[in-house]
Each structure stands twice: as C-alpha cells, then as structure tokens.
Ligand binder design. Structure first.
Ligand code: PGA
Length: 251
C-alpha cells in the first residue's frame, strides 16, 4: 500500500542555528504516531547537523538537489555519495525552481534520477505545468512529457524508491492553490500513466504528493482526494505549527 507523506522543502531558507531551532520545535511537537511519513529538506550546509539531531525521531532528512556524477570537477556540486555519507538517503529532483532558474532539463534530470537510484536513494520527483500551459489546455501533455522524459526509463523494481510530486508552477509560492479537484484530476492521470507503464500493483504503491501553496486550512481537502497521498510543502514548512498541522491533516 502506498504511504501518506508530507515533505517540507525549505529551499534557500534557514541558517544552521535557525535550522536547529525549527527542528527542535518539530521534534517536540510531532505526535507520537504521525499518520504520514515526514521529511524535511534543509539546505546542504545543514544536512549533517539535521540528520544528527533527528536521529531516533520519525522525521527523515532529504536533500533539495544533487549532481549526477559520482565525483569530479563540478565546482559547487554535491554527489549522491556525499549525501549518503552524512546520512541523507532521499533527494528532491526536478523542482520547478531548478528547472526554471538552473536550466535543468528532462534529460539532465533523467541522469540525476539514475545516479540517485543507483546509490539506493529515494527520489522525490517533481513535475508540473506552468500557467501558460494550463491556459492553453496543455497541462496533461506537459506532465506526460516531463514524466516520460525524466523518469519513466527506470525499471519496475526502482519504482519502490520513487515518490512523485505534482507541483503546478502557477501555485508555488503564489498563495494560489490548485483546487482539490484539479489536483485529483492530474494525480489520477499520472496514476493511469504509471499503470500503463509499470502495471497496476506498482501504480497503486507509488505515493503522489501535491505541492503548491498547501497550508493548514486547505491540506485536509487536498489530501482527502483519492489519488493525493500527501504534500510537498514550501512556505508553510518553515513554521513548525503550520507544518505539523499539515502533517496532522490526514483523516
Ligand atoms: P509553496 O512551495 O508551498 O511555498 O507553494 C511548494 C514547493 O515549491 O515545493
């Protein structure tokens, strides 16, 4: 059975001290048996200390990005092996900000996906259309292409290490959320694509998260939809009370 998951993508926020402070609130206030797996993705410089301070808790640490190469002359980059050496086994790939501001293409993402999976990491793979695509009624096509070109080359077996995150770009950080129905529509479409590519059993096992202005007051309605298995949370993950309210939104 697929899992409920809530992941906080902190983006370029929180220095080391702020990271520790937010984590200590999360640790203190997280319920004993959360109804979702919980991840936080601090910046690279805080990953090691975050991993150390979350040891023995139900909160896992994820990275926001990584390079596809094992090592070498890639100034400023971080490899899967480096992430694993500080205890990080999960990585967010394909976030729309990486695609838009750092020119990450589907082809590049396919290489990053391969590197992460070869290193037995879990990938949170983001995809989603821009406003112009939705206005032109191209959103299904865009999502299909991103998944086919960036992810669907993996083996059936590797799917167990993949979490999907549908993030319509027009809803990220804008306060504008996709309606629960709009999210469900795309999630069901993606689940159908997974079924056609990998078979029914795998399609039913893959968690598909929604991301884009999820807040405590809309999480329950969005997560209540059949094919929505949780959320990738940006802004609201920077506040412990809000983030945990979202974690506690599952029925
Ligand atoms: P947001 O960001 O919740 O601030 O809209 C979501 C994301 O970028 O993952």
């Amino acid at each position: 059975m697929r899992k409920n998951i809530v992941a906080g993508n902190w983006k370029m926020n929180n220095d080391l001290a702020e990271t520790q402070e937010l984590l200590s609130h999360l640790k203190m206030q997280l319920v004993k048996e959360p109804k979702a797996d919980v991840y936080v993705a601090p910046s690279y410089i805080s990953l090691f200390s975050a991993f150390e301070s979350l040891k023995g808790t139900a909160i896992e640490v994820a990275a926001q990005n990584m390079h596809f190469a094992e090592k070498g002359a890639y100034t400023g980059e971080i490899s899967a092996k480096m992430l694993k050496s500080v205890g990080v086994k999960t990585v967010i790939l394909g976030h729309s900000e990486r695609r838009a501001y750092f020119n990450e293409t589907d082809e590049l993402l396919a290489k990053k996906v391969d590197a992460a999976l070869e290193n037995e990491m879990t990938v949170i793979f983001c995809f989603g259309e821009e406003l112009k695509d939705r206005k032109a009624d191209q959103h299904f096509e865009v999502v299909k292409n991103q998944l086919e070109n960036g992810l669907f080359h993996i083996s059936k077996d590797a799917c167990k290490n993949v979490i999907l995150a549908y993030e319509p770009v027009w809803a990220i950080g804008t306060g504008e959320t996709a309606s629960p129905e709009q999210a469900q529509e795309i999630h069901a479409y993606v689940r159908k694509m997974l079924t056609e590519k990998f078979g029914e059993t795998i399609a039913q096992d893959v968690s598909i998260l929604y991301g884009g202005s999820v807040k405590p007051d809309n999480a329950k309605d969005i997560f209540g939809k059949e094919d929505v298995d949780g959320g990738l949370i940006g802004g609201a993950s920077l506040n412990a009370v809000d983030f945990l309210a979202i974690v506690n939104s599952f029925e």
